[in-house]
Design a protein around this ligand. Structure first.
Ligand SMILES: Nc1nc2c([nH]c(=O)n2[C@@H]2O[C@H](COP(=O)(O)OP(=O)(O)OP(=O)(O)O)[C@@H](O)[C@H]2O)c(=O)[nH]1
Length: 134
């Protein structure tokens, strides 16, 4: 089984809402709502990858000191096993801009279950509710 390491981030706004982004058409799991992030490239540290992905996908600049580890997903997809650490971030520079996704939404953690998310993401929701409220 191929192990794939993906880094992801829950950006949190002043109202304790979380940013989710809709995967583009043409990609695996298209249309599902995910946490911004992506695969680690060779030679990158996980935090560097995440900072790069957040810049590419959302146009924001994040400092490593503003990333805090929250939890992780470990999920067996058919063709690979996903291991995905989730960081949270409350501080960034620049406006959040849609660059690669179909759509972006700020949602209360308690509403995440109402969105179609990748199956790996379900266990990430309770820790967010515990931290931020429903
Ligand atoms: N960023 C992100 N990826 C997730 C989440 N949940 C989840 O299962 N994934 C999976 O983790 C992988 C993320 O990699 P990616 O977005 O960089 O990859 P991709 O499918 O665009 O493939 P590619 O970059 O090779 O074209 C995908 O297989 C995606 O389905 C999530 O919440 N956020």
């Amino acid at each position: 089984m191929k192990l794939t390491l993906v880094v992801a981030c829950a950006l949190i706004d002043a109202d304790n809402r979380v940013l989710v982004a809709q995967r583009p058409e043409g990609k695996a799991l298209a249309g599902l709502w995910e946490f911004p992030g992506g695969k680690i490239e060779p030679g990158e540290r996980p935090e560097q990858s995440l900072i790069r992905e957040l810049n590419e996908e959302l146009g924001i600049t994040v400092k490593e000191a503003c990333l805090a580890p929250l939890t992780f997903a470990s999920h067996a997809y058919e063709s690979f096993h996903l291991l995905m650490p989730l960081w949270i971030c409350r501080r960034w520079e620049g406006p959040v801009t849609r660059k690669e996704h179909q759509d972006l939404r700020w949602v209360r953690p308690g509403k995440l279950r109402e969105l179609a998310m990748p199956p790996a993401d379900a266990p990430l929701i309770p820790p967010l509710i515990e931290l931020l409220g429903p």
